[in-house]
Write a protein that binds this ligand. Structure first.
Ligand code: PMP
Ligand code: GLN
Length: 382
């Protein structure tokens, strides 16, 4: 995790946001919205602060939030979890992932993920001394090859981390792959860890969590977060749901990472989780329109685009524009077009960078006028 000079290598998100700030370019790099989410959610946090909810909350999370998470799992997915024993509140999905990996991965244990993957996975697996095995998802369909998946999961596999909907590709898990994942986890006695932070940002149908599939419930650790659903990425309220023994193991690590998490944000996220379905579906539809707007803009500029089905990001191939090196392109993009994007190579192992060399990830969780302006600027590239 340290660079050659012994200093911490900044995450690609921090690096690219700094580049955007320095150059004044439109930041389609790091995924965060440029507008607030539901006002009632924001007001609930303000009310909580005013009412004195400013001291340490319980380590497992405030009951009001744990109960709302349990209601949410039942209402949206028909999954029953006990708010007392099967829910743990964390500092975003990031801490949930960190505590889960540190709780279950011993040195030499293998952890399987798809690739590209969210960058934190590789760092956490390395920190735990685990061995990271990856299964490629290939542009533009991003469907895993089932033989490659079967070959990656073995009796040495401790965890299979599944990010669905997927960052950076915008892909969603197909039923056959989800069933195979459950079958492989069972056969090799591995745990399934799901990262579902984009669960409510699906554009073409409802999200279907792995934990709700037959045979999966007892070996799945489900992770999500309020950041994306309510456009509150700075609040860092996430959660784990799993059977009690698994939650206890994660809590054992979590209690010495952060101890507890932002008290006033917890009742506010609970308020959000109880909002009517229409609020969630309207937000997803609005994001879906913006995904289409930016995808069309990128195509008009000459990129080849993989249409995202969920999430915050679209991946585009810069090859047709004459750019074979997306890392170099992203470094120069502020100067060439006044836009920041992130090379997909940031989401793969160093030895696989050449396979995604021409691909750039752009965030569309921005206002429509911003996306129109970015599209117009990118059109000047060709
Ligand atoms: N997982 C994925 C796939 C993400 O894209 C992100 C970042 N938005 C996270 C986890 C981290 O979520 P949080 O901000 O809740 O820690
Ligand atoms: N998840 C967001 C992204 O992929 C932000 C991640 C971060 O800042 N660490 O851009």
């Amino acid at each position: 995790l340290l660079g050659a000079d012994g200093r911490i290598a900044a995450t690609v998100f921090a690096e690219m946001s700094a580049l955007a700030q320095r150059t004044g370019a439109i930041n389609l790099g790091q995924g965060f919205p440029d507008e607030d989410g539901p006002a009632v959610v924001l007001e609930a946090a303000i009310d909580a602060i005013r009412s004195g909810m400013n001291q340490y909350p319980p380590g497992t999370g405030m009951p009001v939030l744990r109960e709302a998470i349990a209601r949410h799992q039942r209402h949206w997915y028909g999954i029953e979890v006990d708010p007392e024993q099967e829910v743990l509140v964390t500092a975003g999905a990031t801490e949930a992932l960190a505590a889960t990996v540190l709780a279950f991965v011993e040195p030499g244990d293998e952890v399987v993920t798809f690739e590209p993957y969210y960058d934190a996975y590789a760092a956490l697996i390395a920190r735990a001394g685990g061995v990271h095995r990856t299964v490629p998802l290939r542009f533009p369909e991003w469907r895993p090859d089932h033989d490659e998946l079967r070959a990656a999961v073995t009796d040495r596999t401790r965890l299979i981390i599944v990010n669905d909907p997927h960052n950076p590709t915008g892909a969603v898990l197909d039923d056959a792959t989800a069933e195979l994942l459950v079958e492989l986890a069972e056969r090799h006695d591995a745990l399934l860890v799901t990262d579902e932070v984009y669960e409510h940002l699906r554009f073409d149908g409802p999200h279907r969590p792995i934990a709700g599939r037959p045979g999966a419930g007892s070996r799945t650790i489900s992770i999500s977060s309020g950041g994306k659903t309510f456009s509150t990425t700075g609040w860092k309220i996430g959660w784990v749901t799993a059977r009690p023994e698994l939650v206890t193991a994660v809590l054992a690590v979590k209690q010495y990472l952060s101890y507890v998490n932002g008290a006033p944000f917890q009742p506010a996220i609970a308020t959000g989780l109880d909002l009517p379905d229409a609020v969630f579906t309207a937000a997803a539809a609005s994001l879906g329109r913006r995904a289409e707007l930016l995808s069309a803009g990128l195509e008009a500029a000459g990129f080849v685009v993989s249409r995202p089905r969920a999430g915050y990001f679209v991946v585009a191939d810069a090859g047709p524009l004459g750019f074979d090196d997306a890392e170099e392109l992203c470094r120069r993009l502020p100067e060439l077009a006044g836009v920041v994007g992130i090379p997909v190579s940031a989401f793969v192992r160093p030895e696989h960078r050449h396979e995604v060399a021409r691909l750039v990830r752009f965030a569309f969780c921005k206002r429509e006028d911003v996306l129109r302006e970015a599209s117009a600027r990118l059109a000047a590239l060709g």
